[in-house]
Design a protein around this ligand. Sequence first.
Ligand code: HEC
Ligand code: HEC
Length: 498
Amino acid sequence: MKNWIALLLATISMSLMAQTIGDGPIVTSHMDQQAMESGEVSLDEILQAGEHLFRAKFNTYDGQSRPGTTGGGAAREPGTAPRFIRTSAPDSNSCAGCHNDPAPGGAGDIVANVFVLAQVLDPVTESVSPDFSNERNTLGMNGSGAIEMLAREMTADMQGIRAQAIADAASSATDVTKTLITKGVYFGSITAHADGTVDNSHVEGVDADLIIKPFHQKGAVISLREFTNNAMNHHHGMQSTERFGVERTGVDDFDQDGVSNELTVGDITATAIWQAALNVPGQVIPNNFTKARAILRGERSFTTTGCADCHVPYLVLDNPSYSEPNPYNPPGNLQVGEVDHVIEFDLTVDGFAPRLERTSNDGAIVRAFTDLKRYNLCDDDYNHFCNEQLVQGGVSVDEFLSRKLWDVGNSAPYGHRGDLTTLTEAIHYHGGDARASRDAFFALPQNDQNEIVEFLKSLQMLPAGTEHLVVDEFGQAKNKTQVRSSIEQSSQSTRIQP
Ligand code: HEC
Ligand code: HEC
């Protein structure tokens, strides 16, 4: 008996020591969702934990690897594949291993590409083949909190229009057709029948459920939280309890790697909030007069050439607070009904600077250069963007979200595959829905084309902590109205409209 107790004590002290010296988990303390909801944990502490989780190079003590799970989250027999298969990407041990350009949370070079959907088949040996996966380039998450909130407001608008059409059709006993316009973006129309059914055949650029899915270049994921749950399992073999825990799956240690409850609900909340709170991209207008003039003239031609029809320069958020979790989260992700309090912060006040500008009626301006709608950029002459063969999330292989351009000046390479090295090449391949705009661009004199490119180069992720959204090359505030009037003074013939 005495020996047994001695052995137990020795084992306990050994395991305690193992935690302090030698190998051990990278994430040594986990976040408690209740404490976060009640406000015991401050936003700063949440952001610190979120960044730590995003940068953590997970190891086997954390629960990295998933012998019992595919990257898509389905069960598989351990031993039928290596402990961890890196077939869906060269892959990385941390989120920041791919999302690091120009800083953690940012975009990635082509080396950080992912073979999207290979994870649902793993082990596949030919994951780089287009028969098995869609190769995609790493995106930056700067400003993604605002993007998620825009998508939620647009979804609520469109579902409201649908509910009204159904009510009107029932009360009038006739078909009622309504146009789906939210924040000025046109998503086709729906027709409600008197019996309560709805004809979605004229809905465009969004799924029939009218939920805007702003993440993945395809527009296939609803929230940062859903993406985080997917990416943690897929890239790192790190399972969240909200998706893989015993309460949901009935299985302890679902991926059978010897570690249970790898990421708490609070850990996923912190990782999502950190991404949502990242500094939003801004604009760099150098002090050099020729460059500044080119940028402002290019900004104007961007609109007159039709680029702004899809890459809408700004959308307005009615309510500037970000809240976690998202009310449209699919199952397997924390639901609003499961929390006592949603965790909220104001995107114009909290998080990393620079932040969104506030409007006079307490909204916020989001200058993301997208309308969050899907388009097909292919026709008989240009079909570069229609290289994919695998359907993701039920969306046509040829459609992609009009790409956010607010960080395009420092997130090369370009295109969903990251296989284009210059901005002009990316514009060159705009066929299909963008053909008229593309042709208008190439019909411009070379200098005017260069001005549009110079304008695009000015849209950048600024270093965290930059105090203004529009700055010169030294990070000092730049007043666009002043720049505009000095250009006008210098040349009466080239007037720049505000
Ligand atoms: C192997 C590289 C790689 C790793 C590791 C990685 N990502 Fe990504 N991430 C990508 C790529 C590539 C995309 C673009 C996917 C697409 O468009 O289909 C992306 C997209 C995203 C997006 C959507 C951005 C948008 O605007 O659509 C989010 C959010 C995200 N990743 C979060 C994470 C988190 C959180 C982790 C860690 C748990 C992570 N990623 C790990 C490569 C990676
Ligand atoms: C019909 C809508 C539409 C119009 C009009 C349009 N675009 Fe696009 N743009 C897109 C879509 C969709 C993508 C994503 C393509 C892909 O990678 O699959 C995109 C991607 C881009 C990219 C690549 C960004 C990156 O980071 O990879 C640039 C640059 C760009 N557009 C600039 C322009 C310019 C300049 C114009 C006007 C001459 C223009 N676009 C007109 C829809 C449009």
